[in-house]
Design a protein around this ligand. Sequence first.
Ligand code: SAM
Ligand code: GLN
Length: 293
Amino acid sequence: MADSNQIWTIGRILKWTEQYFEQKGVESPRLDAEVLLSHLLDKQRIYLYVHFDEPLQAEELAAYREMVKQRVNHVPVAYILGKKEFMGLTFKVTPDTLVPRPDTEILVQAAVERLKGMEKDSLRFADIGTGTGAICLSVLNFTPGSTADTVDISSAARAVAEENADSLGLTDRIAFHTGDLLAPIKENKYAAILSNPPYIPEADIPGLAPEVRCKEPMTALAGGKDGLDFYRRLCDEAPALLEEGGFMAFEVGIHQAQDVAALAVANPLIARTEIIKDYAGIDRVVVAWKKER
Ligand code: SAM
Ligand code: GLN
């Protein structure tokens, strides 16, 4: 980027960066180059296309160079930007929080549909392992009248989730707890208990992309030897905290749905389970309903 006297226009810098990212093994080189530059210039991506000939200022060039350096060092785009879109809402993210994944929108949609279907005046749900708050804040946003308790073991993640609640105007409807799974909320009863717990099996961790393995918090990812540690505990303890006819809904990793459904029905309080696929056709969410009286 520093080698020639030519002017660095938007078009030229994008082309150069795309090639550099490609050479460094960045997965979506052109998209990342554009997303970073449009963020820096505070413009929509389309702006770049109609201003290919616009030169960049020296300080813009320097700031972009810093972003490019981070990206080739495997920092996820969301951490460079400090934010991520999820369910059409904008969430602050930091290296203390998992970057919300599109797959997790399946869990949110399933939860919103089912909560609305309960036709109750007061709906309180819990989100266990809340991270940025992506799940609970989206469910609150799309389920008017509901309220939530959230738990995360990481107080740094909790601080980010609190900021997100504030910026989305949802602070009044949510209570934050720091602690181990259900321990901080075990006196309560809920219409639903939701979780996207850490679920990566021990043996799969070395094979994760460096963006995930080296940059995202391992406490958000590692699910024990077979990846099912958190589901074992949740299936054992969560049904007692559900109202009769309530449900628990968990995101699961690939090939885990049947095992998680079996863990759920092993609890005598559970009546039945559902498995929901993601857009790639992978079993992604397990819903387990508590028996009616
Ligand atoms: N809910 C967020 C999402 O879907 O984007 C984050 C999910 S991340 C896979 C799992 C979260 O669980 C992390 O924020 C991690 O800090 C939290 N966690 C890990 N162990 C925990 C425990 N024992 N009790 C409570 N939270 C825990
Ligand atoms: N979906 C995440 C990944 O593939 C894992 C999230 C989790 O462990 N819950 O990296």
